[in-house]
Design a protein around this ligand. Structure first.
Ligand code: HEM
Length: 409
């Protein structure tokens, strides 16, 4: 067994953002858990093997909280940090229970007509153009509109969220920018919550306010943090499932053709795209509350563990020929939504949005093509999120006629 001190930690540089897959493959071939220093400077044990990743995500000795891992109470980030993804039991369960019902498969299914209508509207706008950035025109506005409407946040403010939230998940934002954007976000939510307290509406934030005001079950910081988490998790991820998923299909015309020819593959294809593109590259940090052995590594108390979801999902010991996109593959067991108590709350919503989005995109644009060479595409500088900066595509001027081979909307 090796401890951190005995291991020569590898420094991961900015190249990690552009191609985490080859870094993971190299590390995974050596051992399933490696000592690394992440591009932001954080020392961590990076878990790259599938079995070890799954076990680590379910290990109750790996906590979300620990000394030195929380902002000072008077820091500008403190009001954003008191959410379920940063909490251990019993707080975690209390916070998750408050919103669980709103995200069940049955409740989410009720949103289908609204998501389909929003999708159709965005595609109508795109149809008028020949060259578009698919992220700005479609993959970003769809999930942000859905989550804003659910929470009761004005959609008109979405460009502000895009900026703030990109900063918060970035590993390279300057501290002053980080602080300014986090402060702006906190101020925004405090003002919004005050307005909703004066004038409650039929939305999730109003319901959470009354839960807090009646039963004192949420502190003010917990309320702001909940809004922050749902807003950021609700769009930073799905935008990249749609964007990177579409890129993967455009780069593999045979698989794209297979999907067009057999629409019944779509639900399975969404799972395969989740496995293949992993919008969340690495899970959030866990801290060992006591010494833990993971895959031959001796993780000391207080040391950080980073479970690489995208590496686990490309582990050849779990998935044959893992780097290949195969829309007919059985990709069950993938870790794209995490595992254990922090398993993604929004998975049913993300699956529904993706299914509607891909079905409509493929039906409407029979000949979508990448408008730039693939090697010029840039990925965002985040160790958490793996997502493109932009995705320029060229659209067929004619919508598909519904001829054989098209996926009906
Ligand atoms: C393709 C889209 C999505 C992906 C790949 C994704 C992925 C994930 C992952 C990997 C985690 C666990 C992180 C960890 O353990 O460190 C997570 C947690 C979470 N996700 Fe998602 N997510 C997606 C969409 C959404 C949506 C639409 C929502 C909507 C509200 C959402 C809300 C959450 C919340 C609240 C948590 C924390 C759960 C907890 O701590 O118990 N996610 N997600």
């Amino acid at each position: 067994m090796t401890s951190w001190a005995q291991t020569a930690a590898e420094h991961l540089g900015a190249e990690y953002f552009q191609d985490p897959y080859s870094v993971h493959a190299r590390l995974r071939a050596q051992r399933p858990v490696s000592a690394v220093i992440m591009p932001g400077g954080t020392p961590a044990w990076l878990v790259t093997g599938y079995a070890e990743a799954r076990a680590a995500l379910a290990d109750p000795r790996l906590h979300k909280t620990g000394p030195g891992w929380q902002p000072e109470p008077d820091s500008v980030f403190a009001p954003l940090e008191r959410h379920m993804l940063n909490s251990d039991p019993p707080d975690h369960e209390r916070l998750r229970r408050l919103v669980n019902k709103a995200f069940t498969m049955r409740r989410v299914e009720l949103l289908r007509p609204r998501i389909a209508a929003k999708t159709a509207g965005l595609l109508d706008d795109m149809s008028a153009q020949r060259d578009v950035d698919l992220l700005t025109a479609f993959a970003f506005p769809l999930p942000i509109t859905v989550i804003c409407e659910l929470l009761g946040i004005p959609v008109a403010d979405r460009d502000d969220f895009r900026t703030w939230s990109a900063t918060v998940v970035s590993d390279t934002a300057a501290p002053a920018v980080f602080e300014a954007d986090a402060t702006a976000m906190v101020r925004y939510f405090l003002a919004l919550l005050a307005a909703k307290r004066r004038e409650p509406a039929d939305d999730l934030l109003s319901a959470l306010i009354s839960a807090r005001d009646d039963g004192d079950r949420l502190s003010e910081n917990e309320l702001v943090s909940m809004a922050f988490l749902l807003l950021v998790a609700g769009h930073e991820t799905t935008v990249n499932l749609i964007g990177s998923g579409m890129l993967a299909l455009l780069l593999d015309p045979a698989e794209l053709g297979r999907l067009r020819a057999d629409p019944s593959l779509l639900p399975g294809a969404v799972e395969e795209l989740l496995r293949h593109v992993n919008p969340v590259n690495n899970a959030t940090y866990r801290i060992a509350s006591e010494p833990v052995e993971i895959g031959g590594a001796h993780v000391g108390r207080g040391e950080a563990v980073l479970v690489s979801l995208s590496s686990a999902d490309r582990d050849p010991s779990r998935y044959a020929d893992p780097d290949r996109l195969d829309v007919g593959r059985d990709s069950s067991g993938h870790l794209a939504f995490g595992h254990g108590i922090h398993y993604c709350l929004g998975a049913p919503l993300a699956r529904l949005e993706a299914e509607i989005a891909f079905r409509a995109l493929l039906a409407r644009f029979g000949s979508m093509q990448l408008a730039v060479p693939a090697e010029t595409l840039r990925w965002r500088p985040s160790t958490l999120i793996h997502g493109l900066e932009t995705l320029p595509v060229r659209l067929s001027p004619q919508p598909c006629s519904g001829a054989a081979g098209d996926i009906p909307a």
